[in-house]
Design a protein. Structure first.
Length: 338
């Protein structure tokens, strides 16, 4: 099998046996190789818990429900590569009980609906590969599906191919806020997508090379922002690199889901270095003809690099200096300061 070049895998998992410790008023659980991260999550009751994940690869699905509010999940070291949570379900993977396939959201290795979640110094990955499963057409394979308000990720690696990060909301009418800082996010098709109000500060987005002859090979963003939400995705002071040929990727395409046809996708990319992997001439593309990208809230501001060169101005809508004032971390996150 050709899979999982970016990971090494671990053996079987056993139930967590750690005893809670206390540090700075917070209750702490430690997870070590042979333990289960999910078992630690299940053991959490009430607020002010921290789960410390020690170096190792934890091959399991982790689900943090809404009642685990204000949970912190962090790696034990300063290097997010040391502690890896990984699994390999895809949209089209059959469930063991025969009840159907997982679907896109259900394929996620890491799922959280908990408000106030903090994740720091971990790798969250889905190492399912198309080449290993030519019979499966539902190739979305999510690393993290996040819906809770005030969800914060710092120094986290998010690794997959199609649909790596599903930054969504708890309900169609909710404007749940998410913050990603100093994260590394890797994928190919629509690998940062969803309805959340999400700020990506100093994040590194990396597009993978695909063994295909068509262009584009993929898109970095696919927002599906609710029409009533003034803020969608904001990427600032980051960079986009690529393992593919020059111009093989688009910055974004708008996702208007069949279950929310009133969506008005919003994306602002500002003060970000766009490498040569981005198609500078036509950096946006339409997903469905009924919803052309030109009618969406796509804007740029003071980007740099070969992928940011403005050769066809109508293909690169820019914010004015006055408009840029409304597209900052503070404007998007409001009264929440992670």
């Amino acid at each position: 099998m050709r899979r999982r070049a970016f990971l090494t895998t671990a053996g079987a998992l056993t139930v967590l046996g750690a005893t809670p410790a206390f540090a700075g008023g917070r209750r702490v659980l430690h997870v070590r190789p042979g333990d289960s991260v999910q078992a630690a999550v299940d053991a959490v009751t009430g607020a002010d818990w921290t789960i410390v994940v020690h170096p190792g690869t934890y091959r399991e699905v982790v689900n943090i429900p809404a009642d685990k509010a204000d949970l912190t999940l962090r790696g034990a070291t300063r290097d997010p590569r040391d502690a890896v949570i990984v699994y390999d379900n895809a949209n089209g993977t059959q469930k063991p009980d025969g009840s159907g396939t997982y679907g896109t959201a259900g394929s996620a290795t890491f799922t959280s609906a908990a408000p106030g979640l903090t994740v720091h110094g971990l790798t969250l990955a889905n190492d399912w590969l198309r080449a290993d499963h030519p019979d499966i057409t539902g190739t979305q394979a999510v690393a993290a599906y996040v819906t809770g308000d005030r969800s914060s990720f710092t120094q986290v690696r998010l690794l997959a191919h199609q649909d790596t990060l599903f930054a969504d909301t708890t309900a169609l009418t909710a404007f749940d806020r998410q913050y990603f800082r100093d994260c590394y996010i890797q994928g190919d098709v629509d690998f940062v997508f969803g309805r959340a109000t999400a700020v990506f500060e100093r994040c590194h987005f990396h597009t993978l090379d695909r063994d295909v002859t068509f262009r584009p090979e993929g898109m970095v963003f696919a927002p599906s922002t609710a029409r009533a939400n003034p803020h969608g995705f904001l990427a600032l002071r980051g960079r986009v690199t690529s393992g593919a040929q020059d111009g093989a990727y688009k910055i974004a395409r708008p996702w208007v889901p069949s279950y929310e046809t009133t969506a008005w996708p919003s994306l602002v990319v500002r003060e970000t270095e766009l490498g040569p992997g981005i198609d500078a001439v036509a950096p946006y593309v339409t997903m469905r003809e009924a919803y052309p990208w030109q009618s969406m809230r796509f804007r740029e501001y003071r980007n740099t690099g070969p992928g940011a060169e403005i050769t066809v101005p109508e293909n690169r809508p820019q914010l004015t200096d006055t408009e840029a004032v409304s597209h900052t971390r503070a404007a998007y996150l409001g009264d929440w300061c992670p």
